[in-house]
Design a protein around this ligand. Structure first.
Ligand SMILES: Nc1ncnc2c1ncn2[C@@H]1O[C@H](COP(=O)(O)OP(=O)(O)OP(=O)(O)O)[C@@H](O)[C@H]1O
Ligand SMILES: [Mg+2]
Length: 315
């Protein structure tokens, strides 16, 4: 049996002639936090809709807890909690009534439902607004309630589709801290976002999609490793000096390229730590004084750009 909590095999979805998800296979182990990245239209939301059964695949399959789902009423669907990209809330209802409605859909009732609603509202910091209609909420509060809905039945695996999109930085941070807390509680997380720093903060592993296909599925460290050619080092020198020192710098084992202009030495290095050590030692050996040093390690955005030739925010 497949030990993964969730896995897909050759998952495919077409809309007319467009293939939105094109043979996607991956597996998520219990306790993992996986970032799902890709530009607009890459197929992220469609993939998540296939995972939760909101859409039916044209090919391939989804295995939950080692076995395929057996339709919409399969009780194992309760392992999943979905935070959809589009808010799914009733604006005319209060927060409490929204939770009562969605909790009932999950089979919760009576004291268990009240307790689940109270706990979820407290967790996202909305306990004091529970009797207000959702239409009076700010965008950030709606996003927090959207998260609370997904938590009601205490799912093991959370599928979060851009849960912090379109909110101010303060609300974004509050939601993000909630998600970090869920992770610390041992929840398994699939996290879709356009924010690189969020993936770097939350996830162990990254799946990058483009045009419906997975182009990378790797650990965060492994992914950065692929972008080593963009490790950069900038060294400011106190004076311009003639001589062979620049040739010596270029000959260092960690240095791939070096340019000197005005008082600035720009380097591409194989490894930031080794490059910095070697370069500083070499400059000192030649009697040069260093007045500034800056490093640039590849971000996930750099890596994506390298892999696809496009930025994450390109349409
Ligand atoms: N219901 C639909 N009918 C027709 N085409 C669709 C439908 N849903 C998605 N698509 C198309 O499928 C492709 C993938 O869309 P999807 O929403 O999965 O992308 P995404 O990666 O979630 O993008 P974003 O970052 O903008 O949310 C796009 O080309 C989109 O236009
Ligand atoms: Mg989407």
């Amino acid at each position: 049996m497949d030990p993964s909590l969730l896995s897909t095999r050759q998952l495919t979805k077409r809309f007319g002639t467009r293939t939105a998800v094109d043979g996607v296979s991956f597996a998520i182990q219990p306790g993992e936090a996986v970032g799902l990245l890709g530009p607009n239209g890459a197929g992220k939301t469609t993939t998540i809709s296939l995972l939760t059964g909101l859409l039916h695949a044209d090919g391939g399959e989804v295995l939950l807890d080692g076995r395929p789902l057996t339709g919409d009423t399969d009780p194992r669907k309760r392992l999943l909690g979905l935070v959809p990209q589009e808010l799914a809330l009733y604006e005319e209802l209060t927060a409490r009534d929204n939770l009562a409605y969605f909790g009932a859909l999950q089979g919760l009732r009576g004291p268990a439902l009240s307790e689940a609603a109270r706990s979820a509202l407290g967790f996202v910091g909305l306990a004091d607004r529970e009797r207000d209609k959702v239409k009076t909420y700010s965008g950030g509060m709606k996003r927090r309630l959207n998260l609370a809905v997904a938590l009601l039945h205490d799912p093991q695996l959370l599928l979060l589709d851009e849960p912090t999109v379109g909110v101010d930085p303060q609300s974004r941070n509050a939601i993000f801290e909630n998600i970090e807390a869920l992770r610390r509680r041992g929840k398994t997380i699939l996290y879709t976002t356009h924010y690189m720093e969020e993936v770097e903060r939350l996830c162990d592993r990254v799946i990058i999609m483009d045009h419906g296909r997975i182009i990378v599925d790797d650990s965060l460290a492994g992914l950065k490793q692929r972008g080593t050619s963009v490790n950069r080092l900038r060294v400011e020198l106190a004076e311009v000096r003639e001589g062979t020192w620049l040739e010596s710098v270029r000959a260092l084992s960690a240095v791939r390229a070096a340019e000197f202009d005005a008082l600035t030495l720009e380097l591409t290095v194989a490894d930031i730590a080794r490059g910095t050590t070697e370069v500083l030692a070499c400059l000192q050996h030649h009697g040069l004084t260093v007045t500034g040093l800056a490093t640039h390690q590849p971000s996930l955005e750099d890596v994506f750009l390298q892999l696809t030739g496009r930025t994450l925010r390109d349409v």
